[in-house]
Design a binder for this molecule. Structure first.
Ligand SMILES: Cc1cc2nc3c(=O)[nH]c(=O)nc-3n(C[C@H](O)[C@H](O)[C@H](O)COP(=O)(O)OP(=O)(O)OC[C@H]3O[C@@H](n4cnc5c(N)ncnc54)[C@H](O)[C@@H]3O)c2cc1C
Length: 204
């Protein structure tokens, strides 16, 4: 299967990585440099953590995301995740916090899911930079959760994909996408087709 991906942010590059592993022929078109400083996926860090209130499906997806990141670190030969733990403000009377505890119990308590409730005094002792008003009703922490070093991930993934032979093209702005026909048009005038194009013509 031939797939054209427009955009070399984390969504585009990680999709390219997964599709290539599944045996697809992939082309990534990025309008600027890679990493592109105007994209959302650069700079230093993005959070990943388990607490998501009542959102059970989303909480389960966090476990799947951790597994996918581990697979990526293995392929890249380097890890760009720093486990810091998660701190949530607001005590047990806060509805969202109670919901999170119930949701974590539903997905099965495992390492990093045990909630440690903190009083105002605990927070003042352990997090002296927090303002008094923020810690007044207490909070909780989990040992799981941390920072994904997003800029480094994009750099490392782009290098890895190019090394493995994937067709990855910086400075290739796309000016038109035909999702039904499976074709994109570049600013250069070049047209590229993916397999939706072949399939619609009975060639896929
Ligand atoms: C301030 C901030 C904080 C955030 N915090 C978190 C967080 O804590 N945890 C978390 O999980 N997420 C967080 N996010 C969200 C996360 O960063 C984004 O969801 C993610 O980076 C989006 O990735 P993307 O690949 O979809 O988009 P982008 O990284 O923006 O990539 C899109 C790429 O497409 C390229 N492009 C666009 N148009 C064209 C075209 N016509 N032709 C060719 N290329 C094109 C762009 O140049 C760009 O490089 C945060 C986002 C921001 C901005």
């Amino acid at each position: 299967m031939r797939v054209i991906i427009v955009g070399g942010g984390i969504a585009g590059l990680s999709t390219a990585w997964a599709l290539q592993k599944a045996g697809a022929e992939v082309v990534v078109l990025e309008q600027g440099p890679l990493p592109n400083p105007v994209g959302s996926s650069v700079d230093d860090h993005r959070l990943i953590r388990y607490p998501y209130g009542t959102r059970l499906g989303f909480t389960r997806m966090v476990a799947e995301a951790y597994a996918a990141w581990d697979e990526m670190w293995s392929d890249l030969g380097e890890c760009h995740y720093v486990e810091t733990g998660t701190l949530v403000l607001g005590g047990p009377s806060h509805a969202d916090n109670r919901a999170t505890v119930d949701t974590l119990a539903k997905i099965g308590l495992r390492e990093g899911h045990a909630v440690e409730w903190l009083t105002e005094a605990d927070l003042a002792r352990d997090y002296p930079l927090l303002e008094e008003a923020a810690i007044a009703s207490g909070g909780y922490r989990l040992s799981s959760g941390g920072a994904l070093r997003c800029g480094r991930i994009i750099q490392s993934l782009a290098r890895h994909l190019a090394f493995t032979g994937l067709d990855i093209r910086p400075h290739s702005p796309v000016i038109a996408v035909d999702p039904v026909g499976g074709e994109v048009r570049l600013a250069s005038g070049e047209r590229l087709g993916g397999d939706a194009w072949s399939w619609r013509r009975g060639r896929g």
